[in-house]
Design a protein around this ligand. Structure first.
Ligand SMILES: [Zn+2]
Length: 434
C-alpha cells in the first residue's frame, strides 16, 4: 500500500513542481533575510568621493589654509579593534587668541556609514570655511564677522571603518567596523531595548563607550567643552533636539532657545518641510544611548542637535544608497547648498547669542562667563567641570542604575535569609511531630 501511494503522489511532474516550489520559496526567503545582498542602486561615483579621496581633499584644504585650519588624527583601540578619528579645527588668528574665549561648535558627519551625503556636506562646509568656496546668497563680509568669533571642530567622517564596508558593497551598513551602532553606544539610557528593537541595526555594543570611536568623541567633547553640538545624519528631513530616549523635550531656557532656533532654520532653509522637536517624540521610535542625549545631559552642552538632511521615503528598504543619499546631480546640489546654508545660519545665531549675552553681562556688571549663561546650569557646571574627574562622566543615569541594582540585590538577600529561617523552623516542627 505504502509503495503504491508513493508512486501516485510522487510521479515525476509532481516531484518537479515540488522541487520548483521549494527552491523558489528558499530563494525568496534568502533574498528577504540576507542583509549582505547588494542594494539596487550603486554609489554614484560622479557625485560621491571615495572615503580616502574625501579625506585627502580635506587635508589639501587644511594644508593650503594653515592660518585658519588645522587637522589631527586621534587613534583609539579596544579589544583588538582600532579606529581613527579625523578632527579639523577652524579658528582665525589661532596663535593670538584663546580658544576658550570664543563660541565653540562641535559637529560630526558620517556617524552612520551608509549616509554618504553627510560626509560630502562636511567637505563643503570645510571648503566654505577655507574661503575656497562660497555660500550662495550669503554676504561674505557679514559671514566673516561671525566666523572670527567661532572655533569649530569638524569630524568629517566619524565612522571611517564602517564607511569602508559600505564602499566594499554592503550599502545598508550603518554600524562601525565591528557591527556596533555608534549612535547607541553612549551612556544615557544605554542598552534599553524597545519592542521594535532591531539587533542588526541598533547593536549598542558590550557597554557604554565600548567602541573607540565613541570614546574618542567623548574625550574630545570633554576637552573642547563646546557650546553647540550637531550630529549630522540622513534618512529623513528633520531638525531634532533632545531627548532621543523619551518622548519629551527638556524643560527650561536652553530648551526653549533650541526650539526657537530650529523653527527659524525650518522656515529659512527647509521650507517648513523638516520635522522639528525631540528625536524621541518625532522620529517614530525611541533611541537609547545616543550621542546627542549624552552631549546635552552629561556633557552639559547647552545647544545639542541632530539633523537629518535627506531621505527618499519612496525607495525600497533594501535600496539603501537611494534611501539615504540623493542619486542625481540637481538633488545632490540642492541638499548640499540648503544644509551648508542652514549650518552657517545656525553658527551665526549661536555667535549672536554670545554677543547679546556678553553685552547683558557688561551692562549688569556681572563677571559671569558666557559658558555659565549659555548652559543655564551655573553651579552644576562649575562643580562638574571644575574637578575634571573622569568618573563624573558616568552621570546620573549610571548612578541610578547602580542604585537600582543595589536595591534589587538587597531584596534578594533578604528573601534568601527569610526563606532559610522558615526552612529551619519547618524542619524543627516536622521533627517534633514525629
Ligand atoms: Zn543616521
Amino acid at each position: 500500500m505504502g509503495c503504491r501511494c508513493l508512486q501516485q503522489c510522487c510521479s515525476l511532474p509532481s516531484l518537479f513542481i515540488i522541487f520548483i516550489l521549494f527552491f523558489s520559496n528558499f530563494f525568496i526567503i534568502y533574498a528577504q533575510t540576507d542583509p549582505a545582498l547588494p542594494s539596487f542602486t550603486p554609489i554614484n561615483r560622479d557625485l560621491y568621493h571615495r572615503s580616502d579621496a574625501l579625506l585627502e581633499e580635506i587635508k589639501g584644504l587644511v594644508n593650503r589654509h594653515p592660518d585658519k585650519l588645522s587637522m589631527e588624527i586621534l587613534n583609539g583601540q579596544n579589544r583588538g579593534y582600532e579606529a581613527d578619528l579625523n578632527v579639523v579645527t577652524y579658528c582665525q588668528n589661532r596663535k593670538e587668541t584663546d580658544e576658550k574665549s570664543k563660541f565653540r561648535i562641535l559637529i560630526s558627519f558620517g556617524q552612520h556609514a551608509r549616509e554618504l551625503i553627510t560626509t560630502e556636506l562636511a567637505l563643503r562646509v570645510i571648503s566654505i570655511l577655507s574661503e575656497e568656496q562660497f555660500l550662495p546668497k550669503m554676504d561674505q563680509v557679514l559671514l566673516n564677522r561671525t566666523l572670527e568669533k567661532l572655533v569649530i571642530k569638524v569630524i568629517p567622517m566619524e565612522n571611517v571603518n564602517g564607511r569602508k564596508l559600505v564602499e566594499d558593497g554592503d550599502l545598508c551598513e550603518r554600524r562601525n567596523g565591528r557591527g556596533v551602532d555608534l549612535n547607541r553606544n553612549w551612556s544615557v539610557d544605554w542598552g534599553k531595548k524597545e519592542k521594535d528593537y532591531d539587533p542588526y541595526e541598533e547593536n549598542p555594543g558590550t557597554g557604554p563607550f565600548s567602541e573607540p570611536e565613541s570614546t574618542l568623541m567623548r574625550k574630545l567633547s570633554g576637552s573642547f567643552e563646546p557650546h553647540m553640538w550637531i550630529n549630522m545624519h540622513s534618512g529623513m528631513e528633520a531638525l531634532f533636539m533632545p531627548y532621543d530616549h523619551k518622548n519629551t523635550t527638556p524643560d527650561g531656557l536652553p530648551s526653549q532657545r533650541m526650539k526657537l532656533m530650529l523653527k527659524k532654520l525650518n522656515y529659512f532653509h527647509c521650507e517648513n518641510r523638516c520635522m522639528v522637536g525631540s528625536g524621541g517624540g518625532s522620529v517614530g521610535y525611541l533611541a537609547h544611548g545616543t550621542t546627542t542625549d549624552y552631549m546635552f545631559d552629561i556633557a552639559r552642552v547647552p545647544m545639542a542637535f541632530t539633523f537629518e538632511i535627506y531621505g527618499d521615503i519612496t525607495a525600497s528598504t533594501k535600496d539603501c544608497f537611494k534611501m539615504f543619499n540623493p542619486v542625481d546631480l540637481p538633488t545632490f546640489n540642492r541638499v548640499i547648498n540648503d544644509w551648508s546654508g542652514a549650518l552657517f545660519t545656525l553658527f551665526t545665531m549661536g555667535a549672536r547669542q554670545m554677543d547679546e549675552l556678553q553685552s547683558e553681562n557688561l551692562s549688569e556688571s556681572k563677571l559671569i562667563s558666557i559658558d555659565d549663561y549659555l548652559n543655564g546650569y551655573l553651579m552644576e557646571r562649575k562643580s562638574r567641570y571644575g574637578k575634571k574627574i573622569e568618573v563624573l562622566d558616568l552621570g546620573m543615569q549610571e548612578i541610578r542604575t547602580y542604585f537600582r541594582l543595589f536595591l534589587l540585590s538587597s531584596v534578594l538577600l533578604m528573601f534568601m535569609f527569610c526563606s532559610r529561617i522558615r526552612k529551619s523552623n519547618r524542619t524543627l516542627v516536622h521533627a517534633l511531630s514525629i
